[in-house]
Design a protein. Structure first.
Length: 491
């Protein structure tokens, strides 16, 4: 299927992701970070009632809506900052330099005139042997790369992006609660609370409610609804309870149980929508999409051939390499692409990152840049670079860089000004470095937001070359530092 409509899931819940993935949809994950008790308190105050007066249906709908709206606003911030980008977009074509070298090399071999070689030969060092974790290493140091320059505004205006889509992406917020004997239960968070609840549920019947809110980013329209299922629990033993708690599963799930996990064996029967018990009702989500004029099958972006990444091994020693944490998930745009340069690069739609600089309030000169100490399991793990990653479906490179830099490093897009970019274009793949400054009066507080970073720091600009840099960053840094200083003088 061509150009499926992207779906953004406002949750990191693995069961919800799995439900969507098994139904043909690989969502982009954006955690809402909603303070659930505060959201319920605010809405109850608006309605002039206490939280305890809210029904279970009202509560799950309030929280599902709050989560979808929070992610919607986060994407609006990304789109707004990207749309306001200004300055020049420089595009470099290193493979054209390589092709030119090859042509000169052939001529030199025929004529015996080695002086006709304008570019030095590119060779891979021993530590650049291609393996699953360093196949995206690229080093064009010493190469004169042909470039062209165009206006970022013209590029942003003429390419697919969040702001130019006529429909989507769709943003889905969900929340679940369990109703037993008239009392609402969310996640227990502790073994003591889980134990008390599980004892009360033994041999009982309760209801699992899941609220859904679906927002169309392109139009701002939304649709909402709740799913309900009745569950009958068996007479499990105290030993069953203790062993179930020991798995850790019931501590962070609504109602202290799951259908698809260890707890499923203790549910004797279900009346209603079983997917809602897992936390995401496919039939309800389909109906909500239809309300927004979207065919469910237009969201399909997964084929039966899609598989989880294979275990990685070092190509020289055969030893297993560090792998991403299990919490990390495959998202639209993730994947290796075979490049014309002879390597594999990460990002089916290309990749991008943000090089954020801070300027002196007195002189306006660049003083610091945000740097990421990369996790050991990542490509060239342990080196320093800039936060970024694969561009998701439906995003522009700038939007992807802004989203990724927030997810990885807490670079808040509403606090920065995009002033230029450099795109290293390999043909089927490209990496875009987005140059940005903190807005006057704004301060970005970078920190690791996920497991892809060991550290995120404001690094003094003069200290950057002293760090163990990612190969591409080491190659590009002299030009990047010079351009940042030039941009600071002219902005």
């Amino acid at each position: 299927m061509s150009n499926p409509i992207p779906l953004i899931l406002a949750s990191k819940s693995k069961p919800r992701r799995d439900v969507l993935f098994s139904a043909g949809i690989c969502p982009t994950i954006r955690v809402s970070n909603v303070d659930e008790p505060a959201a319920l308190e605010r809405e109850a105050a608006v309605r002039g009632v206490a939280v305890s007066d809210l029904s279970v249906e009202q509560r799950v709908m309030i929280l599902a809506t709050a989560k979808a709206e929070a992610v919607h606003q986060a994407y609006r911030n990304v789109a707004s900052t990207a749309a306001a980008a200004h300055g020049d977009r420089v595009i470099g074509y290193p493979l054209k330099a390589v092709a030119e070298f090859s042509e000169h090399s052939d001529n030199a071999e025929n004529t015996g005139d080695s002086a006709s070689l304008e570019h030095p030969r590119i060779t891979l060092r021993a530590d650049e042997v291609q393996s699953a974790s360093d196949v995206n290493t690229r080093d064009f140091s010493g190469i004169t790369i042909p470039t062209i320059t165009e206006s970022i505004a013209d590029f942003v205006d003429g390419k697919p992006s969040l702001t130019r889509a006529k429909v989507g992406p769709l943003i889905l917020g969900c929340d679940s609660m369990f109703l037993l004997d008239g009392e609402c239960y969310g996640k227990p968070h502790s073994a003591e609370v889980a134990r008390k609840r599980l004892r009360a549920m033994r041999g009982a019947t309760g209801e699992l409610w899941t609220g859904h809110c679906l927002i169309d980013f392109a139009t701002g329209r939304f649709a909402r609804g709740a799913s309900r299922a009745t569950l009958h629990f068996c007479e499990y033993s105290d030993t069953d309870i203790e062993r179930y708690i020991a798995t850790g599963e019931p501590l962070e799930v609504a109602g202290s149980f799951t259908l698809e996990g260890f707890g499923g064996a203790f549910i004797d029967s279900i009346e209603g929508d079983p997917h809602g018990i897992i936390g995401l009702s496919l039939p309800l989500a389909r109906r909500l999409a239809a309300e927004l004029g979207v065919e469910w099958t237009d969201l399909w972006n997964v084929t039966r051939a899609d598989q989880e990444p294979n275990v990685e091994h070092d190509s020289r020693t055969g030893a297993a390499k560090p792998l991403p944490p299990k919490e990390n998930v495959h998202q639209p745009g993730d994947g290796w692409i075979d490049c014309d340069c002879g390597r594999k690069h990460w990002g089916m739609n290309g990749a991008s990152g943000v090089l954020l600089a801070r300027r002196s309030e007195q002189t306006g000169e660049v003083t610091h840049v945000v740097m990421q100490h990369r996790a050991v399991w990542s490509a060239e793990g342990g080196t320093w670079g800039i936060p970024g990653g694969a561009t998701a479906d439906g995003e522009s490179p700038i939007e992807g860089a802004l989203r990724e830099s927030y997810e990885e490093a807490n670079i808040t897009p509403e606090d920065i000004d995009v002033v230029g970019s450099y795109c290293e274009d390999h043909g089927p793949w490209a990496y875009t470095t987005v140059f940005a400054f903190e807005k006057p009066g704004h301060h970005v507080n970078p920190k690791p937001n996920d497991d892809e970073s060991m550290e995120i720091e404001w690094v003094p600009i003069e200290e950057v070359p002293n760090r163990k840099l990612l190969t591409a960053m080491r190659t590009d840094w002299p030009n990047f530092a010079s351009r940042l200083r030039s941009l600071a003088r002219n902005c």
